[in-house]
Design a protein around this ligand. Sequence first.
Ligand code: ZN
Ligand code: MN
Length: 137
Amino acid sequence: MISIRKTEMRLTPQRMAILEYLHGNIEHPSAEDIYKNVKGRYPSMSFATVYNTIEALKKNGLVRELTIDPVKRRYDPNMELHHHMICMDCNKVRDVHIKLDINVPVEQLGGFYISDNHVEFYGTCSECREKNIKKGE
Ligand code: ZN
Ligand code: MN
């Protein structure tokens, strides 16, 4: 379960349902994805509740907003440092768990201390590559 200790979040059943859906979720869902899924079990769920809950989670450092998908903002409950790759055909976003040491030349740093990095990889997923091969592309 996403740890909500030390946060000021009021936990309503609707919010609990959103947390449950996000917990361990590696699909990087958008607000619409979350809404559609949770609405099935909680018909009283409003999009505003989903939006406000995401904002509260973000503010409390419990969810990370991803801008890798040009179509929609996505959310990741995994706050551990990791990278992402997106399929430019189907927009699927997957995790990449590697430690990347990228050397930025000193003259470009200008005294800046780099503590982290987050790399976005673009390409084509295996499913889309197979489809493309069958289509003869
Ligand atoms: Zn794909
Ligand atoms: Mn991720």
